[in-house]
Design a protein around this ligand. Structure first.
Ligand code: FAD
Length: 469
């Protein structure tokens, strides 16, 4: 035909979804082409998402821990922060990982094509690259083109003092004051980094609480801590206007409802970070040329095998559904590649855990108490306070809670929420417990090493069983 390249499976986008799908498909014997518009592979996650944010959050944690050592009788002098070196360290980690993806592609003979891809028919994608167009003919396609940061209409985005998460991770400067618009995971992680580096942070959130998807009791310890550290937190508040002035960015606030804490007067900030969500890239790949349905929000609907309405075209990751998380993308990726290879599999996770890598961390999985109430699901719960954990006390961090939610009849785990140091790591045990259909006795009778934070899951189960009170 007239195609420049012919392959079994083409993967559009090289994020965690795309590269995982491409590698799995190649390992299953397919001839694979991986299309990416940027020279650096790895998508949002590796370049401007999960990984660089965690590098900075680690640095932030060390700084705040050093600061708080004074409570234990150890005084350290204020840290000297060399942001060029800090940024360089982060860039090195990103390079190592994205380079690694490139090497793994080579080893598997996955052909990487650089350029912006769009469907030109149900069996071809045309890639616009530096040296013109290339037509790639495929038998199967996996759409893994991800999502983009959502902007607030009317805000002066040309101004370098107005940044999104990508700009925040460039760490060009440490402003004296910063307004973070959006009290969700990404906004609060970035707030945590800049606070540790010395910025006076203000957070504004439209909803009546931070991280709206998690239970309120699990969010409270984070809120208490950052209320002390940050300049201000405005809930039930929106920023209606943002004006560029020589002295800074001037934000006008408006309360949502009577009990809003919105400031009456406009406030000036050195920098403003918007973190108000991400939108799927479904509308940007000419999906209609292949007959693939894209919904109003830009998602590409799929079935449990990741198949779109067109039988030989699949979609995975941020572009197909919420939650927009890397581990959802990679797990869906394997399913899509295996289905194409003829395996009888489907995406069948009982839960996809969520983690905010703030200080303290907030993690939740399965059913939340809020969801149980809203859906009228019968449940029981136990909250184990870390003030009763020897390990938490020995770390000077008794601000955690481990919460379990279970079925009152079978005592099987339905959900969990953890707030505290390393909550994201601790959550893994409860995810496995739920996947295995474990009940409270399983958790309570499993011997946990002492003294660990992981014991708190066992203690919460013991609380639930009335073994401890
Ligand atoms: P993406 O990673 O978005 O990759 C899509 C790729 O497709 C991109 O490389 C893009 O350039 C390319 N592309 C798009 N359109 C085209 C086209 N037309 N032609 C060619 N190439 C194209 N998730 C977590 O699980 N844990 C975290 O800690 C976490 N932290 C985050 C922190 C931040 C600041 C942000 C922004 C996100 C974070 N996420 C985190 C979310 C995570 O990054 C995404 O869920 C994940 O990257 C989605 O993977 P994906 O493969 O679906 O798409």
């Amino acid at each position: 035909g007239s195609a420049d390249i012919e392959c079994d499976t083409v993967v559009l986008g090289s994020g965690p979804g795309g590269y995982t799908a491409a590698f799995r498909a190649a390992d299953l014997g397919q001839k694979v082409v991986l299309i990416e518009r940027y020279p650096s592979l790895g998508g949002v996650c590796l370049n401007v998402g999960c990984i660089p944010s965690k590098a900075f959050l680690h640095a932030a944690k060390v700084v705040t821990e050093a600061e708080e050592m004074s409570h234990f009788g150890i005084k350290m002098s204020a840290p000297e922060i060399d942001i060029d070196a800090l940024r360089g360290w982060k860039d090195k980690i990103v390079k190592k990982l994205t380079g690694g993806v490139g090497s793994l592609a080579k080893v598997r003979k996955v052909q990487v094509v650089e350029g912006t891809g769009a469907f030109s028919s149900a069996n071809t994608i045309t890639v616009a690259g530096k040296d013109g167009n290339q037509v790639i003919a495929f038998k199967h396609a996996i759409i893994a083109a991800g999502s983009s940061v959502a902007q607030i209409p009317g805000f002066p985005y040309g101004d370098p003092r107005l940044i999104d998460s990508t700009g925040a991770l460039e760490l060009r400067q440490i402003p004296k004051t910063m307004l973070v618009i959006g009290g969700g995971i990404i906004g609060l992680e970035m707030a945590c980094v800049y606070d540790a580096l010395g910025t006076k942070v203000t957070v504004v959130e439209f909803a009546d609480g931070l991280i709206p998807a998690a239970d309120r009791d699990i969010v409270k310890p984070l809120q208490k801590r950052i209320e002390k550290r940050y300049e201000a937190i405005y809930l039930k508040t929106k920023v209606t206007k943002l004006e560029a002035r020589t002295e800074g960015l001037l934000a006008t606030f408006e309360g949502v409802g009577a009990d809003s804490s919105a400031p009456k007067e406009p406030q000036l900030y050195d920098m403003v970070l918007t973190a108000v969500g991400r939108r799927p890239n479904g509308k940007e790949i000419a999906a209609d040329k292949a007959g693939v349905i894209v919904n109003e929000r830009g998602f590409i609907p799929v079935d449990k095998q990741q198949r779109t309405n067109v039988a030989h075209i699949f979609a995975i990751g941020d572009i197909c559904s919420d939650p927009m998380l890397a581990h959802k993308a990679t797990n869906e990726a394997k399913v899509a590649a295996e289905v194409i290879a003829g395996h009888k599999v489907q995406f069948d996770a009982m839960t996809i855990p969520s983690v905010a890598y703030t200080d303290p961390e907030i993690a939740w999985m399965g059913l939340t108490e809020t969801e149980a109430k809203a859906q009228g699901i019968a449940y029981q719960k136990a909250n184990f306070p870390w003030a009763a954990s020897g390990r938490a006390l020995a770390m000077g961090r008794e601000d955690g809670i481990t919460k379990l939610i279970w079925d009152p009849v079978t005592k099987r785990l339905l959900g969990a929420g953890i707030v505290g140091v390393n909550a994201g790591e601790l959550m893994a045990e409860t995810v496995l417990a739920m996947e295995m259909g474990a009940d409270l006795e399983d958790l309570a009778l499993t011997v946990h090493a002492h003294p660990t934070l992981s014991e708190t899951s066992m203690f919460a189960a013991e609380l639930g069983l009335g073994i401890i009170t």
